[in-house]
Design a binder for this molecule. Structure first.
Ligand SMILES: O=C(O)C(=O)Cc1ccccc1
Length: 404
């Protein structure tokens, strides 16, 4: 992406306040662990009443409300898995829904989809753009998209894709991403010359790969890398993917926990065609995501946006500043010549139009989009912004779900 951005929020303590971490094993039976302290290092174990991940897509496979306890050790953090009950991460099962994801079966995005809607049927797509086109065109009911990670901040390319479509955010899912190094059965670590994976996975494991002294090659997705190893019987190449992918494709795990940071969480958004098919429970904590386009002078605009929310006591969970061509000095992360952000404007009567904006903010706030305080804040922002589009209003979920 040619433009630059600066993330004012995406550090782990702001991304995931008061985190509850929930574990799902490959058959999606969940257990939960509550981590007090946000970075996973100081995990104070505390029982948590309920977790909500269903079995492997079949009704009634898990134990409703049954409590379980177990301990495991990853990256030096002891955690306790506590309880199991029905329902997806957002309390929905998703039976009968088709969810498009990018990658081959076993990709992290597929796990995220199954965590959100355990009963859904997942539909693999070659590219994220294909997944979004599938939901836009009505071929599937939802698409799942990774939009930010604790290690790399906002996935700007995926935000770009999201903004070009008339889709709404219906759910958020935070997934703990645990990377393994996988190879064909019998291959030893010393024989590996090259590692293939999704670019994000390669970036997240940069230090480990440098230590191994191997070449890196990006491919479409983590599970696709595993599939490629298997079908081409590659003996000098390893893939970075999940332990679940190792099981699924019958590969050996050469190393666990390859990520450079032990706390590696990716946030995914579940998207649907508007209007949102999800009704928020009355007592749900909600979040609203929006994009704000403005004329430049980012820092002043940022201050005004902050004031619109803070004067109404509304908390922000994300504020990302994008500037592409203001010649340097636009604030945030600086500026660089590049392409404007293309946003589909669905507000006007008639066909939605794709509009180009050089200065954009991505904002997530606490509260529902119909909450009078949030509505007022948006009205205030509209007085100085060029364009505001609400991307969705959904239940806030600060849990971090974990594959075992
Ligand atoms: O390649 C995958 O498995 C994906 O789903 C994309 C991805 C890659 C790394 C972290 C999170 C999502």
């Amino acid at each position: 992406m040619a433009y630059t951005s600066s993330s004012l929020h995406l550090h782990k303590h702001l991304l995931l306040p008061k985190t509850t971490r929930r574990h799902t094993n490959p058959s999606f039976v969940a257990a939960a662990a509550k981590i007090n302290g946000v970075n996973g290092h100081s995990s104070k174990k505390s029982p948590n009443g309920k977790a909500q991940i269903n079995g492997d897509g079949k009704k009634g496979v898990n134990g409703s409300g049954r409590k379980k306890a177990a301990a495991q050790h990853i990256n030096g953090n002891d955690r306790i898995h506590l309880s199991v009950s029905t329902g997806g991460a957002g309390g929905q099962d998703g039976f009968g829904l088709r969810v498009a994801f990018q990658g081959a079966p076993g990709a992290y995005s597929e796990f995220a989809a199954k965590t959100a809607l355990p009963g859904c049927d997942t539909v693999p797509c070659r590219a994220f753009a294909d997944a979004l086109a599938a939901v836009d065109g009505g071929a599937v009911d939802r698409a799942i998209l990774p939009v930010e990670s604790t290690m790399e901040g906002t996935a700007l390319r995926n935000y770009d894709l999201l903004l070009r479509h008339d889709l709404v955010v219906v759910q958020e899912i935070n997934l703990f991403v645990h990377y393994c190094l996988l190879a064909m059965p019998g291959v030893r670590a010393a024989e590996v010359r090259r590692v293939i994976s999704h670019p994000m996975a390669l970036a997240h494991c940069g230090r480990a790969l440098a230590r191994l002294g191997v070449d890196r090659e990006p491919v479409e997705d983590t599970a696709g890398a595993v599939e490629m190893l298997r079908s081409n019987r590659m003996l000098d190449t390893a893939a970075i993917a999940s332990p679940r992918a190792a099981d699924l494709y019958g590969l050996d795990v050469l190393a666990h926990g390859l990520q450079d940071e032990s706390w590696n969480v990716t946030r995914f958004l579940l998207l649907s065609k508007p209007p949102s098919p999800v009704t928020l429970p009355m007592d749900a904590d909600a979040k609203t995501s929006m994009v704000v386009a403005h004329r430049g002078g980012s820092m002043m605009v940022v201050l005004k946006v902050l004031s619109a929310f803070s004067s109404r006591n509304i908390n922000l969970t994300k504020l990302e500043v994008i500037n592409n061509n203001d010649g340097g000095g636009g604030g945030g992360g600086g500026a660089a010549a590049g392409h404007p952000v293309m946003i589909l404007d669905t507000s006007a009567r008639g066909a939605p139009t794709l509009r180009a904006f050089p200065h954009v903010l991505y904002v997530d706030c606490e509260g529902a989009s119909h909450d009078p305080r949030v509505l007022d804040a948006i009205k205030e922002i509209e007085r100085f912004a060029v364009f505001v589009r609400v991307l969705g209003c959904y239940a806030a979920d600060s849990n971090v779900y974990d594959l075992q």
